[in-house]
Design a protein around this ligand. Structure first.
Ligand code: SUG
Length: 446
């Protein structure tokens, strides 16, 4: 069946800031409390969307979430008017206040796990919003993530948006950042690879020592069940705990797949040979061959992969069958990675083009090109059935740039998060955005 992969990029929200909230994410910790530029962040993300859409790649936008999350602040005991709540939270716990303001929903690879209709037993596209249990600033994203997905994929005959998994450590789920689909084409039945960092109910399973493993095997298995995947075409692989301890907090920081290609670092998996063998065996069932592009530690050290986000790139299928690799500027600035990439293009391999973007505002919080997008493979009929107001066009791009210019600040520092005026600006901006995207009920404004 003819299908395309839509990339839903997160539109960076007006409260983008550096609060150092993600223990285990090196960039988030290194840039804590530096000043951010939300306007530039949003424009950088929009420039990427526009450019890929102009190249003919199917591109859509995922709206930001309403911040601050007053519901969360009130649930933990801050009372009074909105201004009182902000002042009290700032005084008692600036870090909780920062969590309520976080613009982290911009990294839509963590919004949900998505299985296309070609993979599910009921022929529907399945979405499970990630519960993001591991971090307070992300654990409150699931509500609006489900609401936004249901607004966009409202046709229940074709799409199922599940509730997030139970919010408990056993089911820690980070969405598509730990999930890759391999198939001969976007419309063909494929193999879904779920990568987990720890096993809740097996104390003997290896787990990281320094940084948290955010995804559990139990969560990955639950998502596969919900999505009605075929066990013969589903692979569960353990992430190498040593790389989690080196800052690889999601598998998409060290591996990426597209089509039948898996581009990965030799240290990505706990059992490299076993993972590849499982993928090969599963792919045989759909008459596809695995193409594995393995990067060795001598070519690129894990620290360089983490600093440059080489693997947090997007692999995009082009009409001629080759693939483009979408990378951040940081890849060119890292000597080992730049050297490696010189050999990739023109080397006769499946990747014949590099597309580079300036995403520094996001990168400083540990979010690269692949973090910023949620992949949704859709048949032509499914694409026609989703809400059209989020599809990136030149017209939508122009309207969103004007919207950002009108509503966003170009500098935010920690102290600004106590400012009730900023909260009002964000609310006005998002209400206006809902109109632009033609999604009037997008936000729950009670
Ligand atoms: O969850 N950073 C995000 C980055 C998410 C990247 N996503 C993928 N790899 N798919 C995180 O660690 C930093 C927020 C702060 O520190 O203010 C943050 O949440």
């Amino acid at each position: 069946m003819s299908a395309r992969e839509f990339n839903f990029d997160g539109l960076v929200g007006p409260s983008h800031n550096y609060a150092g909230l993600s223990f285990g994410n090196v960039a988030s910790f290194s840039n804590v409390k530096s000043a951010s530029n939300p306007k530039q962040a949003a424009l950088q993300g929009l420039a990427k969307m526009r450019s890929l859409a102009a190249r003919g790649f199917a591109q859509a936008v995922m709206p930001p979430q309403m911040r601050p999350d007053f519901r969360m602040l009130r649930a933990v005991g801050f009372t009074g008017s909105d201004a009182d709540v902000l002042a009290a939270a700032y005084k008692a716990s600036p870090v909780i206040l920062a969590c309520a303001w976080s613009a982290a929903p911009m990294w839509t690879a963590n919004a949900a796990t998505v299985s296309p209709s070609a993979d599910s037993a009921d022929g529907k596209v399945h979405f499970t919003p990630a519960n993001l249990n591991n971090k307070l600033h992300r654990a409150h994203e699931r509500r609006q993530a489900a609401r936004s997905l249901r607004a966009i994929f409202h046709d229940a005959a074709r799409f199922t948006v599940h509730d997030a998994l139970p919010s408990t450590p056993a089911f820690g789920d980070e969405g598509a950042a730990n999930h890759t689909r391999l198939a001969s084409s976007h419309g063909a039945a494929g193999v879904e690879l779920f990568v987990y960092g720890r096993v809740e109910f097996d104390a003997t399973a290896p787990s990281p020592k320094r940084y948290p493993a955010r995804q559990t095997l139990e969560a990955s298995q639950a998502v596969a069940r919900l999505h009605r995947l075929d066990g013969r075409r589903t692979v569960f692989a353990a992430q190498n705990p040593d790389v989690i301890d080196q800052g690889v907090f999601h598998n998409d920081v060290i591996a990426v797949g597209n089509g039948n290609l898996l581009f990965y670092h030799e240290q990505a998996f706990l059992d490299e040979a076993g993972t590849l063998a499982d993928l090969r065996a599963a792919l045989e069932g759909v008459q596809a061959d695995l193409k594995a592009v393995r990067v060795s530690t001598t070519e690129v050290a894990v620290a360089d992969a983490v600093a440059s986000y080489l693997f947090n790139s997007q692999l995009l299928s082009k009409p001629d069958g080759a693939m483009a690799l979408v990378i951040p500027h940081e890849c060119r600035e890292n000597p080992a990675v730049a050297r490696y990439l010189e050999g990739v293009v023109g080397g006769g391999g499946p990747i014949d083009e590099l597309i580079e973007f300036d995403l520094r505002q996001s990168m400083r919080n540990g979010g690269g090109p692949a973090c910023l997008r949620l992949r949704v493979a859709l048949t032509d009929q499914e694409a026609a059935a989703m809400h059209q107001g989020v599809v990136m066009t030149e017209d939508l791009y122009a309207r969103l740039v004007a919207w950002v210019e009108a509503h966003y600040r170009d500098r935010l520092q920690p102290g600004d998060l106590a400012d009730p005026q900023l909260a009002r600006e964000c609310a006005v901006a998002l209400e206006d955005l809902a109109r632009i995207l033609d999604l009037p009920g997008l936000y729950d404004l009670d």
